[in-house]
Ligand binder design. Structure first.
Ligand SMILES: Nc1ncnc2c1ncn2[C@@H]1O[C@H](COP(=O)(O)OP(=O)(O)OP(=O)(O)O)[C@@H](O)[C@H]1O
Ligand SMILES: [Mg+2]
Length: 159
């Protein structure tokens, strides 16, 4: 039977920060406990902006969502689901994520990790979000839901 093709990897372009936040919100609305969102992209790409969207999609007041670069870890307790926001920038490349006790965190919550390429998250089968900077404030936002099939089609309504 021919069904609708759902692909794990999708790409969208955003013209401003709000559009990037909207992509995050659509994903956030569908997150479940155990989901790990691994973000990558250069300085100022929009990783924190995207996480603000994740939190808003969960129903969290987004003005509290800031880059946790200096504290490493923020917790947003939305009513449906808690989101842990981690930034690995200060850990440097090849850092050990053991100390974060990610197993404990993902047991009852979702986790978003900025500068995720500094750590090895393979064991948690992360959803990958890669943001690239284009000209005139545009961003390429690539999503790979991997094995998280409940997130397939999450941006279908966005052209
Ligand atoms: N299309 C866009 N999407 C996202 N952010 C955009 C866009 N256009 C402009 N911006 C601006 O780019 C900046 C993105 O900052 P943000 O803190 O989200 O980046 P970051 O990837 O988390 O950086 P860092 O690596 O320092 O943590 C914001 O100032 C935002 O307003
Ligand atoms: Mg950031």
């Amino acid at each position: 039977m021919m069904g609708k093709m759902e692909t794990a990897v999708v790409l969208r372009c955003t013209r401003d920060a709000l559009a990037t936040e909207t992509l995050g919100a659509l994903l956030g609305a569908r997150l479940r406990a155990g989901d790990v969102v691994a973000l990558s992209g250069e300085f100022g790409a929009g990783k924190t902006c995207f996480v603000r969207g994740l939190a808003s999609g969960l129903g969290f007041a987004t003005d509290e969502v800031r880059s946790p670069t200096f504290v490493l870890h923020h917790v947003y307790r939305a009513s449906r689901l808690t989101l842990h926001h981690i930034d690995c920038y200060r850990l440097g490349d090849g850092a050990d994520i053991e100390f974060l006790d990610l197993d404990e965190l993902v047991a009852g919550a979702a986790v978003a990790v900025e500068w995720s390429d500094h750590v090895d998250l393979c064991a948690w089968h992360p959803v990958k979000v890669r943001i690239g900077i284009a000209k005139d404030n545009w961003r390429f936002v690539q999503l790979d839901v991997g094995v998280a099939t409940h997130l397939l089609g999450v941006w279908d309504e966005i052209p």
